[in-house]
Write a protein that binds this ligand. Structure first.
Ligand code: NAD
Length: 303
């Protein structure tokens, strides 16, 4: 089995590569190392250092599947810099699909996002809920899903869009937990929380995200489908702050920027229905607290 993973030097991609290597697949990582790190890549995988917007047909020829994770994953900066998420995500995904078409690759699994729904008023949100993103990042990923669906219909590529909730864990380089960890290490007496602390969302440990990705890849029946991937429960930002302080044994005074959203385009409440991927046999294994402990232990060594 030959598999290419775009973004395989990044956070989620490198964990996916580890798992695929352990299952005996031959892996090519395609990554320009703009955010990812060479050290993240399993020694059992080969690296092609290239921008996904270049022609990859030579690298992809003969691949049984492409897992496409390379992107600008930053929701927050997509408000200030809309062009970047368009270029990296929409143009990037289009280029990957074009390379797949030219190289006759027949299977693509794409890392999408819960932010495609925008501010849903059905919680937990099912895949059938209308998509109305409120961030440029969410809009860019929805456009990618549309292209994958079209390439599936037009060129017989079996496609999967995985709408990931917030994914956290070892090797993550962004997100609320890393923000809190850095702030608490710099000053354990006071900490500023973005927003009002009541943003309430789903957080899934990266090992569960990887097992969901592999489950959808192996078990999906339809030619094209989209699946939510998230945790059973939600966590409020101020609860995350409280848990991290308890685990790090610090008692800071909290202050809040006070706005209902942490930043422009921040969704306040997010929980995905995972019944659909559950029917393929996937289940969350790592509890929220267990996941945070693993991530903190890693940050203590590497952060
Ligand atoms: N982390 C999350 O909470 C989360 C949630 C929802 C969706 N996602 C999606 O999952 C995927 C992986 O996210 P992550 O958190 O691991 O991000 P990451 O930044 O750690 O990994 C992205 C990787 O893509 C590479 N890359 C970026 N642009 C590239 C380009 N033009 N050409 C080649 N390589 C390029 C980077 O070097 C990096 O290694 C992304 O598509 C992201 O949008 C992540």
């Amino acid at each position: 089995m030959r598999i290419a993973v775009t973004g395989g030097a990044g956070f989620i991609g490198s964990h996916l590569v580890d798992r695929l290597v352990s299952e005996g697949a031959g892996i090519t990582v395609i990554d320009d190392l703009s955010c990812g790190k060479k050290e993240n890549i399993s020694p059992g995988a080969a690296l092609v250092r290239k921008d996904i917007r270049q022609d990859l047909s030579a690298e992809l020829r003969g691949a049984d599947a492409v897992f496409h994770l390379a992107a600008d994953p930053d929701v927050r900066s997509s408000a200030a810099n809309p062009t970047k998420s368009f270029e990296q995500n929409v143009a990037g995904t289009f280029a990957v699909l074009e390379s797949c078409r030219k190289a006759d690759v027949k299977r693509v699994v794409f890392a999408s996002t819960s932010t495609v729904y925008g501010e849903a008023d059905v919680i937990p949100t099912p895949e059938t809920y209308p998509c109305a993103p409120i961030s440029n990042y969410g809009a860019s990923k929805l456009a990618c899903e549309a292209y994958l669906s079209a390439y599936s219909g037009s060129y017989g590529i079996k496609g999967t869009s995985l709408r990931f909730a917030n994914i956290f864990g070892e090797r993550s380089t962004h997100g609320v937990m890393l923000d809190f960890y850095r702030k608490l290490r710099a000053n354990p007496k006071e900490m500023e929380i973005l927003g009002d602390g009541r943003q309430d969302k789903s957080y899934l440990h990266v090992s569960d995200c990887v097992s969901a990705t592999l489950t959808a890849w192996k078990k999906q029946k339809a030619a094209y489908d989209a699946f939510n991937v998230g945790s059973r429960g939600k966590a409020r930002v101020d609860e995350i702050a409280g848990l991290m302080c308890r685990l790090m044994r610090v008692r800071p005074k909290f202050s809040y920027t006070g706005t209902p959203r942490g930043w422009a385009g921040d969704v306040r409440v997010m929980l995905l229905s995972t019944e659909k991927i559950g029917r393929l046999g996937w289940k969350e294994q790592v509890s929220f607290e267990e996941g945070v402990k693993k991530y903190l232990a890693w940050l203590e060594k590497n952060g």
